[in-house]
Design a protein around this ligand. Sequence first.
Ligand SMILES: [Zn+2]
Length: 323
Amino acid sequence: MRRLLRVLALAGAAAAWSAPPTTPPTSPPPIRVAITVDDLPRHGPEAPGQGRLALHRALLEALGRHHVPRVYGFVNSGRAEPGDRAALEAWVAAGNPLGNHTAHHPSLGAVGIEAYLADVDAGEPLLAELLGPGQERVWKVFRYPYLWQGTDVPSRLALRKSLLERHYRIAEVTIDFEDWAYNRPYVRCLARGDVDGVAALEATFLDAAVSQLRWADDTLRRLAGRSVPHVLLLHAGAFDAHILDRLLTEYEKAGVRWIPLDEALQDPVYQREPDPPRSWRAELPVQMVRSRQIQGFPFPPSAGPLLERTCLGASERPAPAEP
Ligand SMILES: [Zn+2]
């Protein structure tokens, strides 16, 4: 045995002696990310002096500056006012598609499947009109409001079956860092002229965004055993528009390469149902961790409690939040 060990040690030494010089480390492969923007024409309160067209233009400028291809905007057509048409048309004119996010953003648990599906159908005419004839394949992409896919296993499966029968593709999300929750405190900070409050929101937002990117990528890579293209959830809100350029820069520094949603959804991970489904309202890696009931993937902390307090007077109470 001792002799064998000695032979192995000598062989190892010889291998080390003859090994080629170490090559410099290559950069890791890019993290592929498709951006999606929910709640068009607008999520949350309006920043002073910024109408919906200006909001869309701010988002589109940042996306254009970073050459992000074909960004899906998910529309709540029942919330669109007559004056919002120009904002939605600007989105399409910039080469970006639109998808269905229901007409009125119903809560599935509150309205039930029949009313929910009726609201899906009610969301369609405006999309068909904005995208033009023959574009049904483009706009029949569905994003669940609140990412809520069901209230139990049967309702989840029934809803998915009904959407597929309507020829929808389902736009899962893999990266969700609660961007929507910054819009309300941001507008509060603007109203108070609180520059420090805005700076705190910016720092917290960018930190949460990068942490969640790394968590989602690491988790999916370990669960799938390979690199998986991501779908990032953002919202058409005032703070999103304010910080989008910086967010895109931070993601690019973290190794992100932008891809269209159509390309991401071709990955097999989006074709199969996490099984057994035990989570009704979450992004895909969270659903997978919960459905497999595995340990070792602690979820990053939420900034929600901090955001509720930012730029809020002692006598004021937080308004109800809505993703
Ligand atoms: Zn939404």
